[in-house]
Design a protein around this ligand. Sequence first.
Ligand SMILES: Nc1ncnc2c1ncn2[C@@H]1O[C@H](COP(=O)(O)OP(=O)(O)OP(=O)(O)O)[C@@H](O)[C@H]1O
Length: 348
Amino acid sequence: MAQNILEINDLSRQFKIGGMIFGKKLTAVDQVSISLAGDKPQIMSIVGESGCGKTTMAKMILQLLEPTSGNIVIDGVPLSHYAKRKNRKEFYKMVQPIFQNPFTSFSSRKRVDSYLYETAINLDIAKTRKEAKAVVSEVLASVGIEIDHVIGKYPNQFSGGELQRISIARALIPKPKLIVADEPVAMIDASLRMNIVNLFKKLKDEYNVNFIYITHDLSTAYYVSDYIATMYRGNLIEFGYAKKVLNEPAHPYTELLLDSIPRVGRKWDQDVAPPVMESKEYEMEGCKFAGRCIYAKEICHTTKPDMIHLNQQHKVLCFKHNDYKPENHIRVYEKLDRSSSDEFKITM
Ligand SMILES: Nc1ncnc2c1ncn2[C@@H]1O[C@H](COP(=O)(O)OP(=O)(O)OP(=O)(O)O)[C@@H](O)[C@H]1O
């Protein structure tokens, strides 16, 4: 069996918020563990509404932020190996980012083709400009853009969608094992979002590359993901095969979110998250979702739930499944009638 392409082990990140004296700590990512098999390329979406810790996770995987505790291993190599300056190039060959705003990924005063050639040369993929041009031409073709359309142009001469496709091409130059795309379609015209996300599906097999797709938008995640990780207030609350999680959500929060599918571009935070609850929920003793959960019992408000493994590929952080037994599929909580609780009604 191939080794895991990604292992996230008990990963946490705290931030100090407030003043020096009365400040407190916010655990933006709280003991998250995820592993992703390396036998074939995968797309794992990390989904959740604003402020749940997605970007903090992405930044730790991209080594832009140090974990407070826990560690990350990519294709058998701990990220700490790449922290040394001499190993940085090795890291960029292995892991590449795609950010939300393609216009900030390119210098506005530099021609886009020069930038792409430099990437190929700096990462030792090409020795000469001629070789670099061949590499760049190939990756651009993979995202549906001809090199002649790019030559001599500056970033502002492209549309947002085009420039995002070019930044995907740039990420492919070193043929990385993992691409971390943090909200890559959030700033793209809604009509073009699926085109970009569908590219991930095509490229994962063409380039044998894994994607971590971070998004608010469950509808795009729905179409491309092999795995889905749902986060809520820093906790990983559900992880599993996308089809399984989306067809039979085990966590009440995933269930709630699924009510917004399939409407491409709709953000959950417009639908379900009262932002005033964010900091209060981060501090909650028990399950952070308890205040909004239609199944919540007393224990949910007082005690942290354990991660329950429903099977090898599906786990959930919820007391609802504490007595789950795979052999007889017992679910101990009776499903409540949602319509009986005004508090949890979702406005569409
Ligand atoms: N540098 C920081 N200092 C203090 N708090 C931070 C910092 N970065 C993030 N946070 C807090 O950590 C929590 C998680 O933030 P994060 O940006 O990871 O969430 P997110 O799910 O990516 O949200 P969004 O989709 O809005 O970007 C939030 O409450 C945020 O305010």
